[in-house]
Design a protein around this ligand. Structure first.
Ligand SMILES: Nc1ncnc2c1ncn2[C@@H]1O[C@H](COP(=O)(O)OP(=O)(O)OP(=O)(O)O)[C@@H](O)[C@H]1O
Ligand SMILES: [Mg+2]
Length: 358
């Protein structure tokens, strides 16, 4: 399969080295990196558009943007393979953030690639893949503008980035922008189950749920954590996953929120102190609290909203709960005092209205 030797060099696509011997001890994220557009999980509408482009052959310049680990680089590679097949090796120039991509490279390397004559399947174009394009300097992006236009009859550009606003406007206006969203829990779950089956992983449902909880829609992280848990403990259970991910255990947080709901401040403070003493960072604690509260069905919706919100009461005393504490921590005030104050406010909110009157 890997020896389709058309022309002088064997055209082995970089990502298609899937002979079994080579899979040995490959990280699972690479081993299970989709090779075809149809294998990409989630963002189905956008992936459908890519499939149409692959069939049609006339690829526009594209930018794919979105969070890490949701399949942007993979999609671009799949698209390029679908378009160029065996001609991938000659027809694609890939540059990512680890390559030099200053103005000189744009002027020389990209331009000379665009000028080069290559035999491609009929109606196809050479493709320049600029991965992690948001790390290119504005100067280098400026240098791309005209190149993209002048050579557009033979060369098309595919950019991937986390933040599309770091791509200068003129380039955005030359491209079709595809936005990938975080993967849904069910989508990550399905993929994890497939991998567990293929690798014969022992797991229970809570273990997979914990992987999904910690990954927050990032497939790469979910797969990596799955592999680490499996190779570290030999069983994927909730506890093992949280040991690997080293985040505060949602069950502890859940208990703490319940104490807040009952206004049991001593109990709630004791729990947050114990998390603090175990060495968890304030930002990890507060983000886990947010995610637990968000999905805690036992809390009435009203209470959940009150706990999460950042709200203002009149112009003086403001009630600032989880969101506000998060903001302060990000500003650098990640102390136990902030966390304790948040707990105290959550407890106070759960008191009957007249309990605080003197
Ligand atoms: N949508 C997806 N379907 C299947 N596997 C996926 C998907 N997204 C990510 N993965 C897995 O995660 C790995 C990393 O994906 P990829 O390199 O495409 O991420 P990315 O979106 O480019 O992230 P980054 O912004 O960090 O570059 C892949 O090798 C694959 O195993
Ligand atoms: Mg990438």
């Amino acid at each position: 399969m890997a020896s389709s030797s058309k022309g002088k060099q064997p055209a082995v696509p970089a990502t298609a080295k899937h002979a079994d011997a080579e899979n040995y001890e490959m990280p699972w994220v690479e081993k299970y990196r989709p090779l075809l557009l149809s294998d990409i999980v989630g963002n189905s509408e956008t992936v459908e558009r890519l499939k149409v482009i692959a069939e049609d052959g006339n690829m526009p310049h594209i930018i794919i943007s979105g969070m890490p680990g949701i399949g942007k680089t993979t999609s671009i590679h799949c698209l390029a393979h679908a378009l160029l097949g065996d001609a991938y090796r000659e027809g694609v120039l890939e540059l990512n953030a680890s390559d030099e991509r200053g103005i000189d490279v744009v002027r020389n390397k990209i331009k000379s690639f665009a000028q080069r004559k290559v035999t491609l399947p009929a109606g196809r174009h050479k493709i320049v893949i600029l991965d992690e394009a948001d790390s290119m300097t504005a100067g280098a992006q400026q240098a791309l503008r005209r190149t993209m236009e002048i050579y557009s009859n033979t060369t098309r550009f595919a950019l991937a980035c986390n933040m599309s606003n770091k791509i200068i406007e003129p380039i955005q206006s030359r491209c079709a922008i595809l936005r990938y969203s975080k993967l849904r829990d069910a989508e990550v779950l399905k993929r994890l189950q497939e991998i567990c089956e293929a690798e014969n992983v022992q797991f229970n449902d809570e273990g997979l749920a914990a992987l999904i909880f910690t990954a927050e829609g990032d497939m790469r992280q979910a797969i990596n954590n799955l592999q680490s848990t499996w190779s570290g403990f030999g069983f994927v259970s909730q506890d093992n996953v949280f040991k690997i991910c080293d985040q505060p255990h949602p069950i502890v947080i859940r208990g703490m929120i319940k104490s807040c709901q009952k206004s049991e401040i001593d109990e709630a403070l004791a729990r947050i102190h114990s998390l603090w003493e175990q060495g968890y960072a304030a930002v990890d604690i507060v983000t886990t609290i947010f995610r637990v509260v968000k999905t805690m069905d036992e809390l009435p919706e009203y209470t959940r909203l009150e706990f999460i919100r950042v709200s203002w009461k009149g112009d003086a005393a403001n009630v600032q709960e989880i969101g506000w504490t998060h903001m302060r921590i990000l500003e650098g005030v990640g102390t136990i005092v902030q966390l304790g104050a948040m707990i105290a406010r959550l407890c106070r909110m759960s008191l009957p209205p007249d309990a605080l009157k003197l």
